[in-house]
Design a protein. Sequence first.
Length: 180
Amino acid sequence: MTDNRDSRPKVLSSRVLAKSWRVRFYEDILQYGTRKPAPYARITVPNFALAVAVRGTDGKVALVKQYRHGVRRDFWELPAGLIEGNERPVDCIRREFREEVGFDLRNPRLITRIFPSPARSSQVAYVFSGRVGRRSRRYLDSNEVLSVRFVSSAMALRLLSQNISATQLLAYLLASRQQN
């Protein structure tokens, strides 16, 4: 096995090309060994948390349908949201689940962390499993319009596979494996 530190480039410079809301775009100049320096684009965006939550009465999974402007289509997804400030991932998913689904998230347990786009970003997705708790008040952000459905495991897999978001599908598959 080789030492990966040998494959890490030297960062000769880094500059912010643009910044907006919670996103920053960078151009780094990297040099691998004695090779010619080359530009590399990277972004920083907030980390997020998502939950695979099962309803205790019938074992159905909570999903939300939401428009995603980057690809200009609707996706069925696991409830999720961006981590705000110094918020802990577990507090984020509790807040987001309540806001999006309108129920408390009981016993959230961190299953894993996923790097959705490691080539361009250090963003982390914290994947939780949990149980759907008591009904609570839903609060949607001004840029959110979503539908909520509780579906069987088979239907959840089918809906998550229609317009595949790799992070969402992987999170669901990992959580399903943990529950079995």
